[in-house]
Design a protein around this ligand. Structure first.
Ligand SMILES: Nc1ncnc2c1ncn2[C@@H]1O[C@H](COP(=O)(O)OP(=O)(O)OP(=O)(O)O)[C@@H](O)[C@H]1O
Ligand SMILES: [Mg+2]
Length: 410
């Protein structure tokens, strides 16, 4: 029997908030609503201004609701920022019952054991993802329930975040009157949207470079092994253009998108662009090569820092599938070629996978990778930390606001 459900992904980024609404029938995802709004309350991926973040979320949600003609009640919400830490752990339990058949309760027990560790009070568990189960030494099992054995082991990937960062995000979403189905690590979501199973199997680095942060994650054997966020991305490139070409920030952003590239040698010496001056009253001519020369060193810095993290974590030689880059900064002309040349690895820009229907041509951009990934996550998850903050646990203000919205919509 097929089940039709409404799923919502809410990507609260440093540059924009994106709300994606989908109709899901079994694993068929049809995007029926998209709302975006410029994000004003975040810095480096974390909420620093609750009021402004609430406004941005509300606007994006309402736009998506209007397009889809539904009311959003719960959402899968992405989280990132350099407060995120991840680690790998494992645990073992014995199966002592006479029949030795492994039950769901045994699986729960072993995962519970793997996630039990001393945590400081300012840290919160975001994910506990079982990578593999091992039954009496036999590795690579994804679902041991029903198998026979005496010893059940699990390898898990654990993601931790700062309590304050998580709570501020939760408060913002709940203030809009939306319950949180689950908080999801953004790179995990983006990976679901843009990586192929073959890449994840072989070994690949995913870089999600947005406005304020670049998230780095490594996948191998089908699962996530490493993730880290560095607080440097597209906004820094724009700032450099503002300074380097003496132009207002909006103009710097425009010319970056329209004429920017990180391949200095690909630009002819005689190519000129019109750029607004600081006062904005007039324009001046600047060589496009100069623009590229401002962009290139910053791109180099972002990518070098990211690849250094991969190296430090010991994965540099374990990524034959190379690098996939997504997020808005992946749209910078020449970036995949740049990565290939600089690191000698295959590289491509990741946008949309197969299997997404509906507003495909609109959401087929690296900018929506996280939002789409949240929907895929919602459909495919096998995570063990569903948040306790599920439906109905909204604060009083959130409940009132939710009620008010239903009232307005009749
Ligand atoms: N064509 C383009 N060329 C270069 N950069 C681009 C282009 N289009 C968008 N960007 C940049 O992408 C960034 C926004 O990306 P994205 O929407 O993924 O960020 P975000 O998710 O809001 O931020 P974050 O993930 O860092 O919190 C901006 O810095 C923007 O300038
Ligand atoms: Mg983002």
């Amino acid at each position: 029997m097929s089940r039709e459900r409404l799923m919502v992904g809410l990507d609260v980024g440093t540059t924009k908030v994106a709300c994606l609404v989908a109709n899901v029938v079994d694993e068929y995802i049809e995007v029926i609503g998209l709302g975006t709004s410029p994000s004003r309350g975040l810095e480096k991926g974390v909420v620093v201004d609750i009021g402004r973040t609430v406004q941005s979320i509300r606007k994006a949600v309402e736009e998506a609701e209007n397009m889809a003609d539904v009311r959003v009640q719960n959402a899968y919400v992405g989280i990132a920022g350099k407060h995120i830490r991840s680690l790998n752990n494992s645990a073992t339990v014995s199966i002592t019952r006479p029949d030795r058949i492994i039950t769901a309760e045994d699986v729960r027990r072993v995962v519970e054991a793997a996630r039990t560790m001393p945590l400081s009070p300012d840290v919160e568990l975001i994910h506990v993802i079982p990578r593999q189960y091992i039954v009496d030494g036999q590795e690579g099992i994804t679902d041991p329930v029903g198998m026979t054995g005496t010893r059940l082991e699990v390898d898990v990937h654990i993601v931790l975040g700062s309590v304050t960062a998580v709570h501020n995000l939760v408060r913002c979403v709940e203030a809009v009157g939306i319950g949180i189905s689950q908080i999801v690590l953004e790179p995990l979501a983006s990976a679901m949207a843009v990586l192929s199973s073959a890449e994840k199997e072989l070994g690949v680095v995913l870089l999600d470079s947005g406005g304020g942060t670049t998230d780095i994650s490594v996948f191998r054997g089908g699962d996530i092994w490493f993730s880290k966020t560095i607080p440097i991305a597209g906004e820094h490139i724009t700032n450099d253009i503002t300074v380097g070409l003496q132009t207002p920030i909006e103009e710097a952003e425009r010319i970056k998108k329209q004429y920017g590239t990180c391949l200095v040698d690909s630009v002819g010496d005689d190519e000129k662009i019109e750029v607004a001056t600081i006062g904005g009253e007039s324009t001046k001519q600047v060589s496009r090569k100069k623009l590229a020369k401002v962009i290139e060193p910053r791109v180099e810095e972002i990518l070098d820092l990211a690849m250094q993290e991969v190296e430090d974590a010991g994965y540099r030689d374990l990524i034959p599938a190379g690098v996939v880059i997504t997020g808005g900064t992946a749209l910078l002309s020449g970036i995949a070629e740049y990565i290939e040349k600089r690191y000698g690895l295959p590289a491509r820009v990741g946008s949309l996978p197969q299997g997404i229907h509906g507003l495909r041509d609109i959401v087929e951009s690296p900018i929506y990778a996280t939002g789409i990934g949240l929907l895929k996550y919602a459909v495919e998850t096998r995570d063990f930390v569903p948040t306790k903050r599920t439906r109905g646990s909204k604060g009083m203000l959130g409940k009132l606001f939710g009620w008010f919205r239903s009232f307005l919509r009749g």
